[in-house]
Ligand binder design. Structure first.
Ligand code: 3MF
Ligand code: MG
Length: 343
């Protein structure tokens, strides 16, 4: 039995289109996704705002809330919770040069309007968590924007969100690049600094995604540990990544099993989940995957996580202490490899 509760986003079951080619699988309706998520073993769903209310830019505040309540009813039907809502700020014409730190004031107003609507949707779904993946917040042309000004604009925008709703928690999902060239908030360290600069640091934390840490040249388990040390790991996006290239969102653990083990281990050791946090996945099926296997990468990721949790439960801390005392890190490393490779 796993100690954790799990969550996933509807975008993780997708049609396989990428920047170089069209869809390879049929779309699957939201209700069918919910049904399968529950069957597979998920407890909660993560959302982009427009997955809950597709045409929210054209609706009134009241209409948006009404639409959100319909999705809440559908979640209830399948005994699923909503974990978070994230404003999808990267699709609109007005966010070509970023939202919160766009050089145009009207664009910044739109971004904040959209973030506040995502907060409204979150509240209707029964969650207090707003995730900000800052897709285009940074520079494409280094000289086009001052990084000092841009950083201050981000803090200012988050302050406005915290003021808009006194119970919302803002959770930044850092990523060093893609689609932007130079991001303003690339790692958990950046998130902690931004948090400390806001009007209510307790309500501003992070969502560590394994692939994003690897893209920054960092160890995901250490990034998780860093946020845990400040009590600011609000959620995680576990997945895997083959080195520093485009963001791959591979199934959890399929590239680097030891690194995956250490992510599970640091979560387990620190009682992650005891305040209601979910182990979230952000994994994509391969483009070659056939329709019938549209959920297989989710099943596999969960299975790998749970197998690694069993391994982490077996970790021999007395042996670790003995190795540490003797500075026998060769012995400790071999112990970990045998723990992972033996049945
Ligand atoms: C991009 C991501 C995003 C975020 C999502 C929710 C599309 O690299 O990881 O997935 O996780 O927008 O914040
Ligand atoms: Mg993510």
């Amino acid at each position: 039995m796993s100690k954790f509760k799990f969550s996933v986003g509807p975008w993780n079951v997708h049609e396989g289109a990428d920047a170089y080619g069209p869809a390879t699988r049929k779309p699957i309706a939201m209700e069918e996704k919910f049904k399968r998520f529950k069957e597979i073993g998920f407890d909660a769903v993560q959302f982009h705002d427009d997955e809950v209310v597709p045409n929210l830019n054209d609706l009134s505040d009241a209409e948006i809330k009404k639409e959100a309540r319909k999705v809440k009813a559908l979640l209830d039907k399948y005994d699923l919770k909503a974990e978070f809502v994230a404003p999808r700020l990267w699709m609109d014409k007005r966010t070509i040069d970023g939202g919160f730190m766009s050089t145009k004031e009207s664009d910044r107003e739109y971004a904040l309007w959209r973030a506040c609507r995502a907060i409204d949707i979150a509240k209707e779904l029964g969650t207090d968590l707003l995730v900000l993946w800052l897709a285009r917040e940074g520079t494409l042309c280094a000289e086009s924007k001052s990084p000092v000004w841009a950083t201050k604009m981000l803090v200012e925008a988050i302050n406005k969100m915290l003021e808009y709703d006194k119970t919302i928690r803002v959770c930044i999902e850092p990523k060093p690049n893609e689609p932007i060239d130079r991001s303003i908030c690339g790692t958990m360290g950046h998130v902690m600094a931004i948090s400390a600069a806001t009007i209510d640091p307790k309500r501003v934390g992070g969502n560590l995604e394994s692939a994003h840490a690897i893209l920054a040249g960092l160890d995901p388990a250490h990034e998780i540990g860093f946020a845990l040390a400040f009590d600011k790991l609000f959620t995680v996006h576990l997945n895997d990544q083959n080195s520093i290239k485009y963001d791959q969102d591979k199934s959890f653990g399929v590239e680097n099993l030891r690194a995956a083990f250490n992510q599970v281990k640091v979560l387990l050791e620190n009682g992650y989940g005891s305040k209601g946090e979910y182990v979230g996945l952000d994994v994509k099926a391969m483009r070659t995957t056939v329709d019938e296997d549209s959920f297989k990468h989710l099943e596999n990721s969960l299975k790998i996580f749970k197998m690694l949790e069993e391994k982490a439960e077996k970790f021999d801390y007395a042996f670790r202490d003995e190795c540490v005392k003797n500075r026998d890190f060769e012995g400790l490393e071999m112990y970990v490899m045998e723990l992972l490779m033996k049945g």
